[in-house]
Design a protein around this ligand. Structure first.
Ligand code: HEM
Length: 436
């Protein structure tokens, strides 16, 4: 293969869907791409090749297998190299180590679903944000609603109180808005803060947060707890934001669907399923490393080559109504049941609550909505709307009450600040998943 055959995918973020179709036509199931000027990878483009790389033991999740980085071909401080490091967390390990980390996360998260904390957190946060943005009359539902909501809910589940999350947010936004090289520094700062949170919860456990559970029941060191929580932020924040965003987009550009939802003719959960298949929040997900020389999707792939999953390209080819999609992954590293359940509960409440509480309509023509320039995320840069404007149809009465606080809840009733999702969660997610 000549170097000129390898497409610089990072230059095509605004037309990824179209480019993936062209690549499939030219290369078949798997295509050679550059993720940045230094980083070569094989991009899976069909259900078969994506599933094979997710489930076969020939593909490891451990970045230490990455030949181009080990040989010094990829600089250590590139954004992608900073992200793909063998940390003490489920996503970067195989075998028994992976099982231990994954089971600890699953147990810590499942508890918060079972005892009502997830629903309580999203109900509280959603109402605070809606109260705050409605009087303004306009909002960007990505930056002002979906992003802030996802970040604040995850921060509460992890164990940060709201003030702390916002204080960290201010500092991290400053770091992040500087030069691109500051991305690595942002990671180091977050890592240090997560270590401090773990040490604090070791001394003084809180009744209902992930960090306390990992440290006291999962027998995690401070470093393991910090790395596992960083994984939750990276794995949860942006996908959740854009599952909500993509679903709101569908509702706001389809009047009849919105009317059906308001009259309870369709439920949000079914709509989320459809969005997750045909307009999934994840576009391209890194990565696995081949551990043997083998044939893959019609190509010779060498041990140490990186493989990335074309989730959006794969899902978009599936027939309507399919449940066998790969939006939650497959195999040992698939999104844990508790992760997809949290995403479902949070996204469904966030969408339903907004649409039923306040009349909302797009502030621009649908064809003016721009895709975010990211390899990793299929979502909008902004979703500008008018809220409660004069002459807009009144929403029907709100069909549900926010759930009562679960036992042992210690939620500080601080106001929620909104604005572009730029805080520490946004910073890390952008570091890990691409810039906005
Ligand atoms: C719409 C939202 C979400 C989507 C589309 C999504 C999708 C995925 C996918 C495709 C994977 C597999 C990645 C791979 O094979 O390398 C994954 C893994 C993971 N997800 Fe999710 N996810 C979402 C939300 C969440 C949330 C809210 C959490 C936790 C709070 C979470 C926790 C995780 C974890 C821990 C992993 C790694 C599992 C492992 O390596 O064993 N995810 N997710």
């Amino acid at each position: 293969m000549k170097p000129s055959d390898i497409l610089p995918l990072y230059q095509a973020t605004d037309r990824l869907d179209q480019v993936c179709r062209t690549l499939r036509h030219r290369f078949g199931d798997v295509a050679p791409v550059m993720l940045d000027p230094y980083t070569f990878a094989w991009l899976t483009l069909t259900w078969e090749s994506t599933r094979e790389a997710m489930t076969s033991p020939d593909f490891s999740a451990d970045p230490d297998n990455w030949r181009d980085r080990n040989s010094g071909h990829v600089p250590q401080n590139s954004g992608i190299a900073a992200m793909l490091v063998r940390r003490d967390a489920a996503r970067w390990r195989d075998g028994d180590e992976h099982r231990r980390y994954r089971e600890a996360l699953q147990a810590a998260l499942q508890r918060l679903i079972d005892n009502g904390h997830v629903l309580h957190a999203v109900a509280d946060v959603a109402d605070r944000i809606i109260d705050r943005i409605t009087p303004r009359g306009r909002a960007d539902l990505i930056g002002d609603y979906a992003g802030v909501l996802s970040g604040m809910v995850l921060a509460r589940l992890i164990g940060f109180d709201q003030d702390e999350a916002e204080r960290i947010g201010d500092e991290m936004a400053t770091v992040w808005d500087g030069e691109p090289a500051a991305a690595y520094q942002a990671w180091l700062e977050l890592d240090a803060r997560l270590h401090r949170l773990a040490a604090e919860r070791r001394r003084r456990p809180a009744p209902n947060d992930v960090v306390s559970h990992l440290v006291h029941h999962g027998e995690h060191s401070d470093q393991e707890a910090a790395h596992q929580v960083a994984l939750l932020i990276a794995a949860g924040y942006d996908p959740l934001t854009h599952l909500i965003g993509n679903t709101l987009r569908v509702l706001l550009t389809d009047d009849s669907l919105r009317r059906q939802l308001l009259s309870a003719g369709t439920d949000v959960e079914s709509l989320l399923d459809v969005v997750q298949v045909h307009n999934p929040p994840l576009a391209v997900v890194p990565g696995r490393w081949c551990v043997v020389d083998r044939e893959f999707g019609g190509h010779r792939v060498r041990a140490g080559d990186m493989v990335v999953f074309g989730i959006e390209a794969t899902n978009r080819q599936l027939p309507p109504g399919t449940r066998a999609h790969l939006g939650w992954g497959a195999g040992p590293h698939a999104c844990p049941r508790s992760g997809s359940d949290i995403a479902g509960v949070v996204a469904a409440h966030a969408v339903r609550r907004l649409i039923t509480r306040v009349p909302v309509r797009l502030a621009v023509a649908p064809d003016q909505l721009e895709r975010r320039a990211s390899l990793a995320i299929n979502g909008l840069r902004e979703l500008p709307v008018l809220l409660n404007a004069t002459g807009m149809e009144a929403a029907p009465t709100v069909p549900e009450e926010a759930p009562p606080a679960p036992a042992g809840a210690a939620e500080p009733p601080a106001p929620v600040r909104t604005g572009p999702a730029r805080g520490w969660i946004g910073a890390l997610a952008r570091l890990l998943l691409g810039r906005r």
